[in-house]
Structures are given as C-alpha cells and as structure tokens.
Design a binder for this molecule. Structure first.
Ligand code: GLU
Length: 290
C-alpha cells in the first residue's frame, strides 16, 4: 500500500489539509505501507518555497510522519514533458488559442442561469479551437501566438474504443465503481506554450512513477479523476484505487478553505495549541506514534 499527500505550496496548511493527509497516513499505517509527501509546485507564480518548509514542519507537528524523500514536481518537468510528447504522438491534443476572457465571455453567453456565480460553475471549454484547420493552426503557431494544449476528449475516446479500452471505470472506496464521463470536465488544459504540464498531467505521471496504489483526496477532486483515468489509459499507466473523502466543514457549514480565511495550523501553533488540541478541534484523536 502506497499513499500520498500532495499539497500545493500556495499557502499555509489548515486542519482541512491535515484531515486529508490523515486519510492517506492512516491507510498506509494500517496496511504497514508507505505514506509519501509530494509537493505540487508547477505553478511557479503561486507557489513559494517558504510554504514547503511550513508544510513539512506543520505535518510533523501534528504527528503525520511521512516516508522517503519528498518529491517536488518542479524538479521533474522532463517526466511530464515525456508524457506530453506521447499524448501528442497519439494525436489526442490540440492547441487552443482562446484567452481566459474569451472563454469566460462565451460561457457567460451560453449559461442559462446568468444570476449564478461564474466561479462556482463548471468551466467546460466550449470548443472553439477543437477542430481548427491545420493550416490556420500552423499560421498561428508560426506567428508566435500563445496557446494551451487541450485533451481532445472525443478523439481520445475513439482511440481507446478502437483499442477495446472503452468505457473506462475506476474504483472509489466511497462511491464504488465509477464510470468515466469525459463531458464532466471536457477538453481540459494539459500544458501551455511556456509550461509543458498541468496539474492533471503531473498527478497522473507522479502517481504512477511513485507507485501510489491508493489516492486519498477530497471529494472536490472527484471530477478530476475522470480526466486522470483517461490519461492513465492513454499513457498505459497503472490505475490506483481512490478514496475521495468528504470535505471538512466549519461551524457555519462552510468548507475549510484558504480563500475563506480558515485559520492556519501555523497560527494555531503560535497561539499555543498542542497537536492533541488541533485534532480535537476536528473531532479526532492525535495519530498514534508508531
Ligand atoms: N495539489 C492538489 C491540491 O493541493 C491535490 C492533488 C491531489 O491530491 O491529487 O489541491
């Protein structure tokens, strides 16, 4: 059993993170397996090295000891570039020249509920660049336009079908067998002109390279697993089991989140809280020291 906790160092951990890490920690410890820490720091504009140090220290403080070396995604970009190259050769990627503003405008135009908060709506790419003529694509590339590489979900499904690999499923310990629905997240971005990877691609490559057998993470990432399963099939990678756990909510019924101002473990430690008190605040006992 190999599990992992894979935070992005864009801020300090709160107890929602510790809870999530605890799921992987417990599963590994119960099975006499390995619990890994992976730092997902490919977004250099948002990730900061001081948060990496804080993550490591805070996990240790609350008793979530991890095994082996820490893998930092920013140090393994060539692994993701190789996977991207394989996908390009399979013909399941296409360059998209749309700006975020253009996509947002198109989505806003087509949404049937204009009063809804756009940040809460699923942002499925409407597909303007999906089937552009080859010479037009060449012209834009030659002119140096910025672009993102998207997964062509339709072509990818046809390819997998022709290999006898469709439909795809994955196993989640809470949901049972889940059938992949490519329409949930649509043609996601797998790389950009300047950054030749993305969260989805790096996670899939790393989980395989690190031999992760059980992926424990919040329910908010369940839709991402529909993308990850497609990538595993395309790249011929092993498929881990999943456990998407419910998210912790605070007294007001809101999920704990950095952007909602949930108090960081760091600040609670500075106020003198012990590890036992931190765990008790979310209704748990501190993990047993082995
Ligand atoms: N890095 C992701 C996050 O911090 C988690 C990725 C994962 O567990 O697959 O939300």
């Amino acid at each position: 059993m190999v599990t992992r906790f894979a935070p992005s160092p864009t801020g300090l951990l709160h107890m929602g993170h510790a809870y999530s890490a605890r799921m992987g920690f417990e599963a590994a410890r119960a099975a006499g397996g390995t619990f890994l820490l992976r730092i997902e720091d490919i977004d250099t504009s948002r990730c900061k090295p001081q948060f990496v140090d804080a993550i490591v220290e805070d996990l240790r403080f609350v008793g979530l000891t991890f095994d082996g070396p820490i893998r930092k995604q920013s140090e393994h970009l060539s692994d993701y570039a190789a996977a991207l190259e394989t996908l390009e050769q399979l013909g399941v990627l296409y360059p998209c020249f749309c700006t975020r503003a253009e996509i947002a405008a198109e989505l806003a135009h087509s949404q049937s509920a204009p009063q809804a908060d756009p940040s809460e709506l699923p942002q499925v790419y409407p597909g303007r660049c999906r089937d552009r003529k080859r010479d037009e694509v060449e012209r834009r590339l030659l002119a140096g336009h910025s672009y993102a590489l998207r997964l062509h979900t339709e072509r990818s499904r046809e390819l997998l079908r022709s290999r006898g690999q469709w439909p795809l499923t994955f196993t989640d310990q809470h949901q049972g067998t889940v059938t992949v629905d490519p329409a949930l997240l649509g043609d996601v971005v797998l790389a950009r002109k300047e950054v030749r990877t993305s969260y989805h691609l790096a996670v899939v490559v790393d989980d395989a390279l690190q031999g992760v057998t059980l992926v424990t993470r919040g329910q908010d990432l369940l839709t991402s697993t529909h993308v990850h399963r497609q990538l595993q099939a395309l790249l011929g990678l092993p498929v881990p089991e999943y456990a998407h756990h419910p998210l912790l909510i605070d007294q007001s019924g809101q999920r704990l989140a950095k952007r909602r101002g949930s108090e960081s473990i760091r600040s609670l430690i500075q106020k003198g809280r012990t590890a036992d008190e931190l765990w008790a605040s979310i209704g748990l006992r501190a993990p047993a020291v082995i």
